[in-house]
Design a protein around this ligand. Structure first.
Ligand code: NAI
Length: 385
């Protein structure tokens, strides 16, 4: 296996998701952190590089310096891809610059700040012929892949209704006022985008619903609220959904649902059967029907592998030993890295290798944000995605 060299932008000291990317990327031994511009403050980037044990010649003060100096290295020494783990407003310029310089990109969500940027990035990505991954980690759990395969194989019958929720409680008070880093940029339209909660976690819920069912949202009717006084962006939202093929649904996401942790969950009802999956108990998939007792499918068992190759491929340890958040990120990295390797080997990547979210999911996410914001602003009206 070719070991890929990873560069990272973001993930400085005290940052949240950058460390998750580093741990997940190296989980399977096929990726090595080689370079980085880790922090918006150049001095802190150097400090973080030292802590991480990255060769000091490959720790950069800015991402532009990183591009320039990596390009000056012989091709075989350069990073193979960059992971963009910075706040939302910086995704577009950073991803654009790396793609245009000829690097593969793994980018955090939401992909950009606006739909226009997303569409431009799609054109840039296609022209670059580089691999682009988007970190919608929740679609990378084995039991989510099993759910997708069950629906694809017709086990539920035609899908009628999708209910997806993503309540959190951590923004129930104005903690951005205290300077809390993650809250500060997420509640500022300049750095977060047109939506707060809906961009931050509503997009994960929307992506999960589309990924599992294979349906696309066509219209939304939303009611967004900023409950916390002085907050400019939504911290809660309730949305009615219309999908292709006549399915309907409900999505609610919230960051003021006091007491909730990371309670992403989905219920899908077909003409024959239903399923539900809960991110806080991710190793189990429930199958329900009117005519038989509930079934609970458990990750790591041979019957899961028989039903879903994609789930089997994303399973590392035996049943009963929980796999969760870090492994899901690693699953996206695994498929992303294998797709890069396939290209390097001049062979076509398989469908299993290509099973990770990319530029299309990013554009869909941005269109979802625009539609829910417009629907709410225009008096809660049906709005096309
Ligand atoms: P954070 O505020 O904890 O960390 C951001 C880091 O980026 C900091 O180290 C900051 O110094 C650095 N940074 C900012 N601008 C930079 C620049 N120009 N060059 C180099 N470094 C720069 O933010 P957090 O929570 O880690 O979120 C980062 C991104 O990840 C966001 O887009 C967020 O939506 C996404 N995210 C995704 C999650 C998922 O489940 N997929 C979960 C949490 C965050």
């Amino acid at each position: 296996m070719q070991i890929l060299k990873m560069g990272q932008v973001g993930g400085g000291i005290g940052a949240f998701i950058g460390e998750v990317h580093r741990k997940a990327a190296r989980m399977d031994g096929g990726i090595r952190l080689t370079a980085g511009a880790f922090d918006v403050n150049p001095q802190n980037s150097l400090k973080q590089g030292k802590i991480l044990g990255v060769d000091k010649k490959r720790v950069y003060k800015t991402y532009t310096e990183m591009i320039e100096k990596e390009l000056a290295l012989p091709v075989e020494e350069r990073i193979d891809f960059v992971a963009v783990c910075t706040p939302n407003h910086t995704h577009f310029p950073i991803a654009k610059a790396f793609l245009e310089a000829g690097f593969n990109v793994m980018c955090e969500k939401p992909m950009t700040l606006t739909v226009e940027e997303a569409e431009e990035l799609k054109i840039i990505s296609k022209a670059s012929k580089k691999i682009f991954g988007l970190m919608h980690n929740y679609t990378a759990y084995p039991m989510v892949k099993l759910a997708k395969d069950m629906i694809k194989q017709g086990d539920l019958g035609k899908i009628r209704k999708i209910v997806v929720q993503y309540p959190q409680g951590w923004l129930y008070q104005n903690i951005e006022k205290t300077g809390q880093m993650q809250a500060s940029w997420r509640t500022d339209p300049k750095t977060s985008g047109a939506a707060g909660c809906m961009g931050d976690i509503g997009t994960h819920a929307a992506n999960l619903a589309e990924y599992i069912t294979g349906l696309k949202m066509t219209q939304v009717l939303s009611d967004l609220t900023a409950f916390v006084k002085g907050r400019k962006l939504d911290d809660d939202g309730n949305v009615l959904l219309r999908f292709t093929k006549g399915a309907k649904g409900i999505l609610h996401a919230s960051q003021i649902s006091v007491g909730e942790e990371n309670n992403l969950a989905i219920w899908i009802y077909g003409e024959e059967k239903g399923i539900h999956w809960h991110q806080e108990h991710p190793n189990y998939l429930h199958v329900i029907s009117q005519t038989a007792p509930e079934q609970i499918w458990k990750r790591g068992n041979p019957y899961v592998a028989e039903k879903s190759e994609a789930a089997a491929r994303c399973t590392r340890i035996p049943n009963g030993h929980p796999e969760a958040f870090l492994e899901a990120f690693a699953n996206n990295y695994c498929n992303f890295a294998d797709t890069i390797r396939a290209k390097n080997e001049r062979r076509k990547a398989t469908d299993l290798e290509k099973d990770f979210p990319g530029i299309e999911a990013g554009v869909r996410g941005m269109k979802f944000i625009r539609a829910v914001v417009d629907s709410s602003k225009n008096g809660n009206v049906w709005t096309k995605i």
